[in-house]
Design a protein around this ligand. Structure first.
Ligand SMILES: *[C@@H]1O[C@H](CO)[C@@H](O)[C@H](O)[C@H]1NC(C)=O
Ligand SMILES: *[C@@H]1O[C@H](CO)[C@@H](O)[C@H](O)[C@H]1NC(C)=O
Ligand SMILES: *[C@@H]1O[C@H](CO)[C@@H](O)[C@H](O)[C@H]1NC(C)=O
Ligand SMILES: *[C@@H]1O[C@H](CO)[C@@H](O)[C@H](O)[C@H]1NC(C)=O
Length: 631
């Protein structure tokens, strides 16, 4: 779906103006049977739908849009009337209700670990965005508005598990220090009574802000709703009005629980606002932006331009010869965020991938660790595109309830096209996070012989920003004989699987005798023709003595161009570690739940488990102060 901007009406931001919103062009936008609506192209609502090959489709529609000022909808009501969530734990929280699985759950057969309050207190982060307590998931409607970065998020006001989903809200001047605001929207109408689910912000041409979001109705049907600020002159956007007359239902052929998470809208050359909604469909219909067979339900779709030539980010409506378009989906089936680059034709409304072999959902990922339901926004103040992503817990739900909170947001990342490779994006923590750096330590050319571990004395290691470069002994690189055995981070034995040219890297959250350790590392493989491939991985298999936390090994290949050193940046913030290789070509976010390697008992090391090559590491390491995240 999409909206069309009302052409002749100006929405005024003037506080003295009694009519901040223009009248509706046509108020007949209320429910009609989707089959009929689909065929019409009237001045009210036109759902232009949809093609799909077998598999998934990005549904794509156009609608005229406007808000009548005197049809004031529902203000977000206060929370006092809501009942607290019950704490009985279903096995698959979320799925029956029509969203992706929200619990990590205990590993089958694993014994529940007895966490101490000290361990749980350590897990809470110091410079990542979190609500004071309770459950959080997807980022919603991020936007820069009148001098403030606004961040909304899926939030359960009543507990540390998924449920009662409302829109939490916070504002910031710099994306790092936050002020919590009252909940922006709660489930209080039949069209969102089962949850005010994920949505996106759109700033119309005249500066008016609108939110599109998915509501789960009283009958658990997913419909798309619209909300707007009660007072557009309020830079904090505290009060929201749900627009009463506009509901977009799933079109014919799309399941009522398979139609959610509208994107930010963009303006087409025809002057229509369009946006996309992810789905899965098995019918041949007209009007999908793109579909990839066999990839299941697409959640939290994102669609945006990146510049092939300039450094800056682009507004969502920008297009032209120097522009590529990214499509991102969060795959319900494996709960990872996949993207692909391609070309968008604003006239035909079609997006074509640059390389069909790495199409959306079958190729690249933003992050190979725990990172889901992400969403970008264009920051018009700093001319950059910024990515938010949800980092869930991978411990037991019982532990989350004990600590009173669950999950958090990754440090916002700028996202740009990688002009050097031409085939991927680069993700990098926003520059503002560097203002938290204190106490820099520099380690110049630390040598790590095959099979060695070198301690780095940096004092406390719970909050760090690590920049490291590695050089591999050139003589060894050319001397060793290549083999054609394939390597994969995820199926390897992690840092304990020794090869001629790897693994080597950094151990974080590691106690003195290395019983708990989390290696973040490179692994180089050489084939029999001498071609090198570099992998970037994170090994959680020994990250905790607890038996009921995730201990997977994550990672993927990372492109390394001729003349480039191997480089990694690692942001350590208690139970979160975000790692960026080669300037952000391959990223891995880790949730780590140590029992011993915490507080003063945690150290960091350079390690080299290659059998044949000496590694030289040069590092800059800062401690990070805490961000101010308060009421
Ligand atoms: C849901 O709400 C709609 C609109 O108010 C109403 O017509 C319908 O009967 C409700 N369904 C249930 C199951 O309560
Ligand atoms: C590489 O292979 C050659 C010929 O097969 C052999 O002579 C040499 O010892 C091998 N080098 C290493 C380091 O294994
Ligand atoms: C290794 O793979 C390359 C192609 O990647 C192939 O040309 C070569 O013959 C293979 N070598 C062996 C020993 O299988
Ligand atoms: C290096 O490999 C050995 C043998 O597999 C393993 O015991 C050791 O823990 C590994 N070192 C690191 C730092 O992971």
């Amino acid at each position: 779906m999409a909206f069309r901007e009302p052409c002749d009406n100006t929405f005024s931001n003037n506080i003295n103006n009694a009519i901040p919103y223009a009248p509706l062009l046509d108020s007949t936008v209320v429910a009609e049977p989707p089959q009929r609506r689909r065929r019409r192209r009237s001045s009210s609502v036109v759902l232009l739908l949809m093609t799909g090959l077998l598999g998934v489709a990005l549904i794509f529609a156009v609608v005229r849009f406007g808000i009548r000022h005197n049809e004031i909808g529902s203000r977000s009501s206060s929370l006092e009337t809501r009942r607290p969530a019950e704490m009985i734990v279903p096995a698959d929280r979320g799925v029956a209700e029509g969203v992706s699985l929200k619990t990590f759950g205990r590993l089958r057969g694993a014994r529940a670990y007895s966490w101490t309050n000290n361990m749980l207190a350590w897990q809470r982060t110091a410079f990542h965005f979190q609500p004071r307590k309770n459950w959080m998931n997807d980022p919603n409607g991020p936007v820069y508005y009148k001098g403030w970065y606004h961040f909304f998020y899926q939030y359960n006001p009543f507990g540390a598990v998924w449920g009662n989903i409302a829109w939490g809200h916070a504002v910031s001047r710099d994306l790092i220090h936050w002020r919590h605001l009252p909940i922006a929207m709660v489930p209080d109408h039949w069209y969102d009574i089962n949850g005010v689910w994920t949505g996106s912000a759109t700033i119309l041409k005249d500066g008016q802000l609108v939110m599109l979001y998915t509501g789960s109705t009283n009958e658990s049907v997913q419909v798309q709703n619209l909300a707007y600020p009660a007072d557009p002159s309020d830079p904090l956007l505290v009060d929201w009005i749900k627009y009463p007359a506009t509901r977009y239902w799933s079109p014919h052929g799309v399941g009522p629980k398979d139609f959610r998470d509208p994107t930010t809208a963009w303006l087409t050359p025809q002057g229509k606002w369009r946006f996309t909604i992810g789905s899965k469909t098995f019918e041949l219909l007209d009007g999908v932006l793109h579909a990839v067979p066999g990839t299941g339900m697409w959640e939290c779709v994102d669609f945006y331009p990146v510049s092939r030539v300039m450094e800056n980010g682009l507004d969502t409506s920008d297009n032209g010869p120097g522009v590529k378009h990214a499509v991102k989906t969060s795959l319900d089936d494996d709960r990872n965020d996949y993207y692909a680059l391609g070309t968008y034709d604003g006239t035909t409304g079609k997006w074509t991938p640059d390389n069909p072999n790495i199409d959306v959902g079958i190729g690249l990922r933003y992050d190979y660790g725990i990172f889901y339901a992400s969403k970008t926004f264009y920051d018009q103040e700093k001319k950059r595109r910024v990515l938010w992503g949800w980092i869930k817990e991978t411990d037991s739900e019982a532990a989350d309830i004990q600590k009173g909170w669950a999950s958090l947001q990754a440090i916002p990342r700028t996202i740009v096209f990688d002009k050097k490779t031409g085939s991927n994006v680069l993700l990098w923590p926003v520059e503002e996070v560097e203002r938290l750096r204190v106490n820099r330590k520099v380690f110049h050319k630390v040598e790590a012989k095959p099979g060695s571990v070198v301690s780095l004395d940096v004092g406390s290691t719970s909050q760090l920003d690590i920049m490291a470069e590695f050089e591999v002994d050139q003589e060894a690189l050319s001397r060793i004989n290549g083999t054609n055995t394939t390597y994969s981070c995820t199926t390897s034995n992690g840092a304990a699987q020794r090869g001629a040219l790897g693994p080597f890297g950094i151990l974080v959250h590691t106690d003195n005798d290395l019983t708990e350790q989390t290696p973040i590392y490179f692994y180089i493989s050489k084939d029999s023709l001498g071609n090198l491939k570099t992998f970037f991985c994170a090994d959680h298999s020994r990250s905790s003595e607890a038996t009921d936390v995730n201990k997977a090994i994550y990672g993927s290949i990372v492109p390394v161009l001729k003349g480039e050193k191997l480089s990694v940046r690692i942001l350590v913030d208690h139970s979160i570690v975000e790692s960026f290789a080669q300037g952000g070509r391959t990223c891995i976010t880790s949730r780590i739940y140590p029992t011993k390697a915490i507080n003063e008992d945690a150290k960091i090391f350079v390690f080299n488990n290659a059998t044949d090559a000496t590694i030289t590491a040069s590092l800059k390491i800062w401690q990070m102060s805490s961000a101010y995240i308060h009421t």
